[in-house]
Design a protein around this ligand. Sequence first.
Ligand SMILES: [Zn+2]
Length: 307
Amino acid sequence: MTKEALSKYMEEFKDSLIAPSDPRHQAVELLVRILAERIQDIAEISSVPWTVHVVDGPTINAFVLPNGKVFIFTGMLEAVAGIHQLVFILGHEIAHALIGHAAEQASLSHVVELLSLILLTAIWAICPRDSLAVLGQWIQSKLVQFLFNRPFSRKLEAEADQVGLRLAAKACADVRAGPVFWQQMEIYDQLRGEPTIPEWLSTHPSHQNRVRQLDRLVPEALELRARCDFPGLPKADPRVIFHQTVKLLLDNAKKQEKIAQEEKNEKRRSEVMLSLPQSPPVPTPGSQPQLGGLQATSALLQTLLSK
Ligand SMILES: [Zn+2]
């Protein structure tokens, strides 16, 4: 199945694969090599020949086939805020491959296929109509589609997050960046108003849940990270920086909104004034004829608005 999947993907992406000499390809390759080197004590990792394929496309997605073929889209490279998040994502995908999630999921889909086949045969035996057969086929194809389009269940995702965070810690990444990635995705998702990244988002558990789960796992991963002979962690926690940045952006957005609202109100006021019937100025006895108050104001407003 892996071989089949690989040739399917290679065919699908043959025109959009980025050259190995591209800095983006080289960066991912280097990170995968570091991950593999630092976690060599895990037999499955050291025996897998990891190869990287960077697909040029806006999709925020990455996956690893059980035979060590790493696929990552440039959309994902643009979505991560730095190298630590990227190591976390790669760790997560490598974890799927290590734990054998693809096989687990595939055997599950075979069971579902078999069950649906039994069910359909039973229905057809009771009521052998062509229309039913068509309906049955549709249900079956939907079931298979459902399973293959949702490659990993929530349980498997949580498992890959947990193992992936540990792999990232062993590779000396700042594991606190892991939950931040999902917070970014949450905001991205909300701004777009819909899950626009089906391959990744719709198949992955709700971001809030995984942020909470990852936050719980961070202290344990930090202990593992402490064994690194690498320079220590940056003093500033990326989670705190993220919260402060979001707060600042929200405050600024609120201020902008307030200013825009005030400008709108002002404009409406002047429009109301301009639309009022304009009577000719009544000359006051003993003074020079002047522009009436209303006219003067609207003239002034018009000059101001035209600036
Ligand atoms: Zn996953």
